[in-house]
Design a protein around this ligand. Structure first.
Ligand code: 2HA
Ligand code: ZN
Length: 273
């Protein structure tokens, strides 16, 4: 099968395009990565070139050795992925040591994988281990309302999560652990990757203050649904705070606890009073 005919590639492209349409990917902002399944690698093998040179990842990810990933390209615009996937995305393979990668498909006009490759691969490694291989996706975008909130809310998991949960009843069900928060840091390197991946041991969503958000999940729909839910909640919070200094009523801790049984979720106790 051709790479572009594969279902996971079509789903990947759809997330890039939907994120762009949401306004989360100005210029070359944001990036997406997907750890391919055995059968998916097998299905597109005819198009994979394994004779390309290896380059350092900028991170050590031994638990991802010999695995294949579909990732967006550095400096590429999410806006263009749908019309020109071969120019804007690529399939990479991690080597035997977990220190290097090679490009096996895509980026036909040159280039390299996302500038956030260390964060993507370190996060993908952490969540692979945490979920016994279930989680395969890491998505980074510049969701507007979430970024706005990092200027007015304390950069504290408990406060941030609590405020977001209160804005929509579905929130605690969709992200029962809450959101992790990384203070402002220089993007693109190993340092921010280490801080983010520490939080990914616990949270499916990690906010980068004054920058954006990283989300992870099992498949494209659930990862998309997670960021979409968090950003929607952030938008409501921005509206509420624009209208009034305080809330007249809200969802209480008791209310949150009442959701646990019917929805079969365990909420992060640190967030409840
Ligand atoms: O430009 O979003 O964090 C891509 C990014 C870097
Ligand atoms: Zn970014």
């Amino acid at each position: 099968m051709k790479v572009l005919e594969a279902k996971f590639v079509k789903q990947f492209i759809r997330v890039c395009d939907n994120g762009y349409k949401k306004g989360w990917h100005e210029r070359n902002g944001g990036n997406l990565s997907y750890r391919m399944k055995e059968e998916e690698i097998e299905s597109v093998k005819e198009e994979l070139n394994l004779n390309t040179e290896f380059k350092p990842i900028g991170a050590h990810v031994p638990s991802l050795k010999n695995e294949y990933f579909l990732v967006t390209g550095s400096g590429k615009y999410m806006m263009n992925v749908k019309d020109d996937p071969e120019d804007t995305i690529c399939i990479i393979r991690v080597d035997e040591t977990g220190d290097n990668y090679q490009i096996c498909w895509g980026l036909v006009n040159g280039g390299r994988p996302t500038s956030e490759l260390p964060s993507h691969l370190m996060n993908l490694e952490v969540v692979k281990l945490r979920t016994e291989g279930k989680y395969r996706i890491v998505y980074h975008c510049h969701a507007t309302n979430i970024i706005a909130l990092t200027f007015v809310l304390p950069l504290d998991t408990k406060v941030f999560t609590r405020e977001l949960w209160e804005m929509a009843t579905e929130c605690p069900i969709v992200f029962p652990m809450g959101v992790g928060i990384v203070p402002w840091m220089v993007p693109g390197g190993e340092e921010i990757a280490i801080e983010t991946s520490k939080l990914m041991k616990k949270y499916d969503a990690v906010i980068w203050a004054h920058h954006g958000i990283f989300c992870t999940g099992e498949d494209f729909d659930s990862t998309w649904g997670l960021i979409d839910t968090i950003e929607k909640s952030a938008e409501i919070l921005v509206k509420v705070r624009s209208m009034a200094n305080s809330k007249l009523q809200t969802i209480t801790s008791e209310n949150f606890k009442m959701l646990e049984k019917p929805f079969n979720v365990k909420l992060n106790k640190e967030v409840l009073d």
